[in-house]
Design a binder for this molecule. Sequence first.
Ligand code: C2O
Ligand code: CU
Length: 479
Amino acid sequence: MSGEAVGKVRPRRREVRRQGLAIGLLVLLGVVSSCSQSPEVAEFAAAYPRDASPNGTVREFAVVAAPAAISLFDGRPFDVWAYNGQVPGPTLRVRLGETVRVRFTNNLPQPSTIHWHGVRVPNAMDGVPGVTQPPVQPGETFVYEFTPKDAGTFWFHPHLRSSEQVERGLFGALIVEDKVPPPYSRDELWVLDDWLLTREGALFAEFNTRHDLAHDGRWGNLLTVNGRLTPRLTVRPGQRIRLRLLNVANGRVFVPDFSGLSAGVVAVDGLYTARPFELARLEMASGNRLDLDITIPPDAAGKRFGVTDRFTRKVIPLAEIVVEGDRVETPQFASPAQAHIPSWQRPESATPVRAEFKLNAQLGGPFGVQWTINGAAMDHGTHALPEHLEHFPTGEFSRLRLVNESYRLHPMHIHGLFFKVLSRNGVPVQEPHFRDTVLVHPKETVDIGTVPEDRGRWMMHCHILEHAESGMMTVVSVD
Ligand code: C2O
Ligand code: CU
């Protein structure tokens, strides 16, 4: 090559040029890769951790499901199915970073499983019979183990014949505390439920009736909080309370009202909100959770605040907050509700629908009426995968569309991920929080957005348990 003859300068220049090219190429690649990351994914980046960070501590619990006669409502013994002989079941409380290990024993007269509602667990720990594990037969034991990725209010319940098993009393809360929990004066849990009783006061023991199926599932005639009729929470003036609400009813929607006591919503479905917002006609469908930040006014001694449900026109008493005793110093700390919530405001033209789910009903199936997703009813005997399995890529934004073609309510729940409501009937909605369950009203279309992180086959179903039992359930694949 002539270059060699010209001396040392040229090769050096060439080297410099080569380096320059290499750097240029790297820069270019960088640009390309950040271009392939959509603005939605970029916005999502700091929303919640991709992985759990186990700290080595394992918290072991034994949970036994069995028939029991326990004192409920007004104190009379009542026949239920219970976890560890109590309704609600035990509250499993752990700290973020701890590993949960639950030895579940089924002493029911039928198979069961435990599903960890809202918890981002490894797929094999999700408790879905026929999809993630075989049913746990009477007398058998199954060990669930996972490290929660998020601090918040979660719950657990059977995922087999759940319209009967949950209704009979099988549910409990899983509370994952922050590494350093905010210093509230009190941390309380209210499990909201309703029961359908006969005139004689026993549990109405027919499940999945035609009536329940033709309507919004089984709605009870007795509303309870923590299994009690209008229980009283006694507090002191100045206390700052974290009140965790959980709706375990098969079908009922609650709209909790605190009669003038100011309640800030700090978490929805387990995850913190972007900022606290005043609780006002927020619908809690089956499965939903709300964490409230309530400061009892310092001058409220002697006052009572009735807490009611206002979903229907009939105002139903739920509980009472009674202020007694001497005033205490109100703990001053910043609200824990400071989550990074993506706004995801680009229109549909920029973020087209990846999958659409039509919600409807048809005649047929074991109960005479079947609820369907895209025309198909899940067969709980075979758990056959849907003919067309929807795939959602991890780490990518997906817009999903829920189209309610029926005149009934459908609180749609997806396992293994959180999502955000983007629009209702085409009108953009800006909720400052994620969810794992969204109530889709009659004839309504709801678009949701999600960036799934956890691979696996996840259930998507209506959380009205009679609708789910009669078929309104499908599987989606995150891969
Ligand atoms: Cu709480 Cu698959 O549900
Ligand atoms: Cu439904």
